[in-house]
Design a protein around this ligand. Sequence first.
Ligand code: 4AD
Ligand code: MG
Length: 433
Amino acid sequence: MAQKYVSILQAMQQGSGSVSIHGWVWRERGSNKLKFVTLRDSTQVIQCVFEAVDFASRWSEIDKIQVEAALEITGEIKKDERAPTGYEIHVTDFTVVGKSENFPIGKDLSVEFLADNRHLWLRSRKMTAMLKIRSTVFGAIDEYFKGEGFYEYHSPIFQAVQCEGGSELFKVDYFGRKDIFLAQTWQLYAEPAIFALEKIYTIAPSFRAEKSVTSRHLTEYWHAEMEMAWSTFADIQMHGEKLLKHIFTRVLEKNRGELEILGRDVSKLEPIVTKPFIHMTYTDALKILKEKCGMDIEWGKDLRTIEEERLSSLYDVPVICSNYPKKVKAFYMKEDPADPRTVQGCDFLAPEGFGEIIGGSQREEDLEEIKKRLVEQGEKPEEYEFYLDTRRYGSVPHGGFGLGVERVIRWVCGFDTIKDAIPFPRNPERFKP
Ligand code: 4AD
Ligand code: MG
């Protein structure tokens, strides 16, 4: 007769009587009379006890059970204060579904070793907790945009134009052509679609040929982007703030257990939901950096990582820094009519030094201004004809932003590095497994 397996969490909720579970061996220890196996599944871990008196003929099989073997277990569950998660199963029957010998990952291994064995390290409590939070974050982004009336829309990954600066482009060999790149952003292919759908979003991989290894850059990351017709610059900032609040609300609802496993101080996350974000212009930011941090930055220079970190560490919610100098920002950002040296673009800087999470802007509508800025940045406007058509036929005020999903996950989890926020990280030094 086929057994009905329940999750370990369900078994614990049942609390007594006979249960059948399946999972993987997390820990094991034993003597010639007793064997303790802590089994884990995606929901929980539980201690299971094998007694030699019950399994005289199968004891050598039990004795050989090692870490990460896959087991099916039937037994009697009961409360036991001494067991790691408060319950214990007294095993009455079992099957070794998949054996495991000398699982390479034990205690105190180097970061490099764990990275080489990422495919196995994913089973760890830390990575499992991250993966669950990651799932919540992706779901919350989707839920937010759908709830606000945005359509999901997809752009190509093979692209023939650059959007965020040529030096970070990954060229691909496209049937011998060398002028095709992997997407840095969906943006130039999203703007044409707002004339059909008005409000759109995506969650898709983006690629950046960042040459340096840092705690916040990946060469392949997941990018949540939105674009909307008829927007004001204030609308773009408002959606960024509401989106982050929604993500943090869902994580705090669903993932308290995972945050505890990760040792994350939840009181650092709560203000993101409850308090308004801080708005300031780039010019104000320079003043604050000078007054409060003793950092003297010449107007016109982009903020460096260290400056962003100092600035954002003054607050417990993100800083929405706007109106950067035109020359440090991308060609498509709208010149601010109130201060034409600056653009209506903004970066969301997360507290605790987690840095830029969102970059967005109102888009320049003026065809000639865009062409001029493309030329200034060394681009050939002829190659952007398809994009320039968006400004020729019924152009409307519009804008959008991009959010780095792993940056958010790293921040939520409180990780030292963005590498821990994605199952198989890619950076210039790490592309395997
Ligand atoms: O600021 P960025 O370059 O903006 C854009 O790509 C716009 N076209 C977005 C838009 O308006 N639709 O990138 C957006 C966000 C950054 O704020 C950051 O969170 C993330 O993408 N990001 C990275 N995340 C991980 N690794 C990298 N190398 C990243 N580069 C950017
Ligand atoms: Mg940016």
